[in-house]
Design a protein. Structure first.
Length: 209
């Protein structure tokens, strides 16, 4: 069978031809086995063939958009079981290549905090994609009142893995007089070498003094 490439959350198809080389009418049951069986189907799943005839069945692959289905090659095998001669079962093999997708989830806790010199936050990042990534966090504020620093600066996450990265926010200048001030800021997660426009949607927090 040829190699099939499919995107998570999408579908792809290929075909398999079953031929009866025996001398009696035979019924064949087809079943996908192996790692991709949970998101693969065969149609029709049973065929009856006269001697010397053949029929083509369709294999459909629909991997979910989930970190549980890793990017890369997944072994494919189809069990073709003859009803009259089960000892003649055959299992043709191939490969389904699942394309990578990237998805990071970011949570900031707490969303608001006050401090005289600065404030500390916790940023949880989860890799919901299906391939390992080196995650970097960036902070942005419209003005220049705050300085944001993350520890560690970046973290490697396997699919489905999460990690906590600490955020320290401090005021660029102390406010000695006047009313307390609050400054909103954004935190974005992205792959370490990705351009800014490829970052995930921002999580908005606020720091005050």
């Amino acid at each position: 069978m040829p190699t099939v490439t499919v995107s998570p959350g999408g579908t792809a198809t290929t075909t398999l031809t079953v031929r009866n080389d025996g001398d009696i009418v035979e019924a064949y049951t087809l079943e996908v086995v192996g790692d991709c069986a949970a998101w693969s189907t065969v149609e029709p799943a049973r065929v009856s063939l006269y001697p010397g005839t053949s029929e083509t069945v369709t294999l459909t692959f629909a991997p979910p958009r989930s970190h549980e289905v890793r990017a890369g090659g997944t072994p494919l095998a189809v069990r073709v079981l003859p009803a009259e001669h089960p000892e003649s079962v055959v299992v043709p093999e191939g490969t389904v290549t699942v394309e990578p997708f990237h998805e990071l989830r970011t949570e900031l806790e707490p969303l608001r905090r006050r401090g005289w010199l600065g404030a500390r936050f916790r940023t949880a990042v989860q890799n919901n994609g299906n391939t390992p990534v080196d995650v970097a966090l960036t902070g942005r504020q419209d003005g220049e009142e705050l300085r944001l620093g993350f520890t560690p600066a970046q973290k490697r996450l396997e699919p489905g893995e999460s990690a906590e990265m600490k955020l320290k926010v401090r005021a660029a200048e102390l406010i000695w007089f006047g009313e307390p001030a609050t400054w909103p800021f954004e935190v974005r997660a992205a792959e370490a070498d990705a351009p800014v426009e490829a970052a995930e949607p921002a999580v908005v927090g606020a720091a005050g003094a």
